[in-house]
Write a protein that binds this ligand. Structure first.
Ligand SMILES: NC(=O)c1ccc[n+]([C@@H]2O[C@H](COP(=O)([O-])OP(=O)(O)OC[C@H]3O[C@@H](n4cnc5c(N)ncnc54)[C@H](OP(=O)(O)O)[C@@H]3O)[C@@H](O)[C@H]2O)c1
Length: 258
């Protein structure tokens, strides 16, 4: 028996980490899931484990890939109740040392693709008077992050956009939530060159992908604008809100250099 209010979902970045756990959790609960990413074999492995998983191989850095996912979300014959914009990556290092093409890709995926898919989701959902949109942001969206400058800026965009859309969707029957995880062990650390965090941050600083997924799903169902998994990060985000902006960026810079 499906314990979720949605019958169908589409999850981007479902080939690893938070997105894979999200896709498997939903599929195990009986939700029909469309899994999106570039690595077809990883998506097929999820499809092989469940009855109702559809594989959509797409590179969201390309217009072709974005168009394919938009078309799937817009398909009225097979409506998608929940869209999870999860695909994303970061680039750790001094801004001037990082490859500008890589940074442009980061903005394209974390910002432009997410915006396009959010637009497709709400365009399909609002006339139906029903739907859930969960955009994966980060606690990095709450303050600048020297050495993760572009990443934090993209996530600040995601949180801001999503909070605005939450208000625009008020009263339409569509729920819109920004999921803001803290440190979570996934392939993110390898891809984003932050593997040293495993040694520099203590165990209590880490949340599990399971915890992130459970909290995000509960909060989008509850129609919360913001979802911050873990008591440690809830406390941190409250403290950040009470801290002057200059101090936020200084502390953030010190943490990044530690
Ligand atoms: N892990 C953390 O500490 C943490 C904290 C806060 C927020 N987040 C956010 O959580 C989200 C998921 O990250 P994760 O931690 O689960 O990392 P991950 O394990 O590296 O997963 C990233 C996913 O994004 C997909 N992806 C990357 N580039 C893509 C592209 N061009 N087109 C389509 N899909 C693409 C990857 O699939 P393919 O490579 O197969 O395409 C993969 O499935 C991201 O938005 C990240 O910023 C992570």
């Amino acid at each position: 028996m499906n314990r979720y209010p949605f019958a169908s979902a589409l999850v981007t970045g479902a080939s690893s980490g938070i997105g894979e756990v999200m896709a498997r959790e939903l599929a195990a609960a009986g939700v029909a899931v469309v899994v999106v990413a570039r690595r077809a074999d990883r998506l097929q492995a999820i499809a092989d484990d469940f009855d109702d998983v559809e594989v959509l191989v797409a590179d969201l850095l390309t217009k072709k890939g974005q168009r394919a996912v938009v078309a799937r979300i817009a398909d009225v014959q097979h409506p998608v109740d929940l869209v999870v914009n999860n695909a994303g990556f970061g680039s750790n290092g001094d801004f001037v040392q990082l490859d500008p093409d890589r940074l442009a890709h980061e903005v394209e995926l974390n910002v432009a693709a997410l915006t396009r898919l959010s637009h497709a989701a709400l365009t399909a959902m609002i006339p139906r008077g029903r739907g859930w949109l969960l955009n994966v942001s980060s606690v990095a969206s709450f303050q600048p992050a020297p050495r993760l400058a572009v990443y934090a800026a993209t996530k600040a965009y995601v949180t801001s956009l999503t909070e605005s859309l939450h208000e625009e969707a008020r009263g339409t029957g569509v729920h819109v939530t920004a999921l803001c995880p803290g440190l979570t062990k996934t392939e993110f650390q390898r891809v984003s060159n932050t593997e040293q965090y495993a040694d520099s941050f203590p165990g209590f600083a880490w949340t599990s992908p399971d915890q992130v997924v459970r909290t995000g799903l509960a909060d989008v169902i509850a129609d919360r604008a913001l979802s911050v998994p873990g008591v440690q990060y809830k406390a941190m985000s409250t403290a950040v809100n009470m801290t002057p902006r200059w101090l936020r960026r200084r502390v953030s810079g010190l943490v990044q250099r530690s």
